[in-house]
Design a protein around this ligand. Structure first.
Ligand SMILES: Cc1ncc(COP(=O)(O)O)c(C=O)c1O
Length: 374
């Protein structure tokens, strides 16, 4: 690492002074937990998603769990999902008492291979949780055609996909349940948090119950609890961050897209053929460019590569280790070799730095380092 080059992490949130002041204001107001800021954020998100009802939560994980609960999915039900995701995507299926059924991924998009989904459907299948990996949407026409044909609920894990589009419509503005994460690495964040886009007010009321111990109003002065809920509400502190972030979402995503384009330019047309590495799908229409990854060739040992990059002052991530190979899932009968594409990619993928406060010379530096380490 040269004396002047600062360490470049793979991601970093952008927080402006206005947002810091807004959080200070919440602190001074004395109302810290769910209150007016949460309501304001939900209203703005609803407007962003074309007027559909939106409720916020304290993570993207519980957001998906609550969607499954609203859909009535539980013991004895099967839910189809992808092995290539953060483990949260499958954990929520187990959490509600259902059984996760994995389907391998497409080698190019790294999303669930929708051509293989129908073969995994049984009489017990009740839902599908596709992931829009790195913000690249699944084929929404094919996804909803399958769901409709087999009467399946869909919980889109759009944790990474805020601002992504399909046929010009925002992900979340259509479809069934759509779940977003506002965890600190996402395109917009609330430190921790998430939101669920729902189909109607009845579902939204249920979401409110599940996020606060199952409590509902009963009569003028009483409450009742008739379902088992949890403690999943977002705080006004988080919502104040979210409001500041949402204002800048378009700007953030535009900068991500510009940097991703620059990555392709700098890697050049013969990068894949000369190194054996794989670049992501160059989608500049639908993707929000949440992450920019490359798949290393077999001859490269990932951890050695990551160490060499670190020595050059560049932090990388890897997304993801296949879910079915974690001990919890092996104990449920999953083994090596079941989902070979997810396994190959899970072993060789690395995530390169990409965040809005980066500039094109940072990209130049990363590309030069990747080329030298390969
Ligand atoms: C694809 C995917 N699903 C689910 C989650 C879980 O979101 P959260 O960390 O907000 O619970 C994440 C976030 O890391 C994610 O990237």
């Amino acid at each position: 690492m040269s004396a002047t080059a600062a360490f470049l992490p793979f991601t970093k949130p952008s927080i402006d002074e206005e947002t810091i002041s807004a959080v200070n204001e919440v602190l001074r107001s004395g109302w810290l937990t769910s209150g007016p800021k949460v309501k304001e954020l939900e209203a703005q998100l609803s407007a962003y998603f074309g007027g559909r009802p939106v409720r916020t939560f304290n993570s993207g994980t519980c957001t998906m769990e609550i969607a499954l609960r609203i859909a009535g999915i539980g013991a004895g039900d099967e839910v189809i999902t992808t092995p290539n995701s953060w483990v949260a995507t499958a954990n929520v299926i187990i959490e509600v008492g259902a059984t996760p059924v994995f389907v391998d991924i497409d080698p190019k998009t790294h999303n669930i291979d929708l051509n293989k989904v129908e073969a995994a459907i049984t009489s017990g299948t009740k839902a599908i949780i596709p992931v829009h990996m790195c913000g690249l949407p699944c084929d929404m026409d094919q996804l909803y055609a399958i769901a409709q044909k087999h009467h399946l609920r869909v919980v889109e894990d759009a944790a990474q996909a805020i601002g992504s589009t399909w046929h010009g419509q925002r992900i979340g503005a259509f479809g069934d349940f759509v779940s977003f994460s506002f965890q600190v690495n996402k395109n917009i964040m609330t430190a921790e948090g998430g939101c669920l886009v729902l189909n109607n007010e009845a579902e939204a009321k249920l979401a409110e119950k599940y996020r606060l111990q199952g409590v509902s109003r009963s009569g003028l002065d009483g409450i009742d609890v008739d379902v088992l809920g949890g403690k999943y509400n977002m705080t006004d502190l988080s919502a104040a961050i979210g409001l500041g972030q949402l204002k800048r979402l378009h700007e953030f995503n535009a900068q991500r897209k510009k940097l991703a384009l620059h990555y392709f330019d700098q890697f050049g047309k013969d990068f894949e053929s000369s190194t054996g590495a794989e670049l992501p799908v160059a989608d500049f229409t639908n993707s929000n460019w949440h992450m920019f990854h490359i798949v290393l060739p077999e001859r490269i040992h990932r951890s050695e590569f990551m160490q060499k990059m670190l020595d050059l002052g560049i932090g990388l991530g890897y997304h993801y280790r296949p879910i079915h190979l974690f001990t919890l899932y092996r104990e449920r009968g999953f083994t090596d070799g079941m989902f070979p594409i997810a396994e190959r990619i899970g072993k060789q993928i690395v995530t390169l730095p990409l965040f809005p406060s980066m500039n094109e010379s940072d990209v130049d530096r990363v590309v030069a380092a990747v080329k030298s380490c390969l």
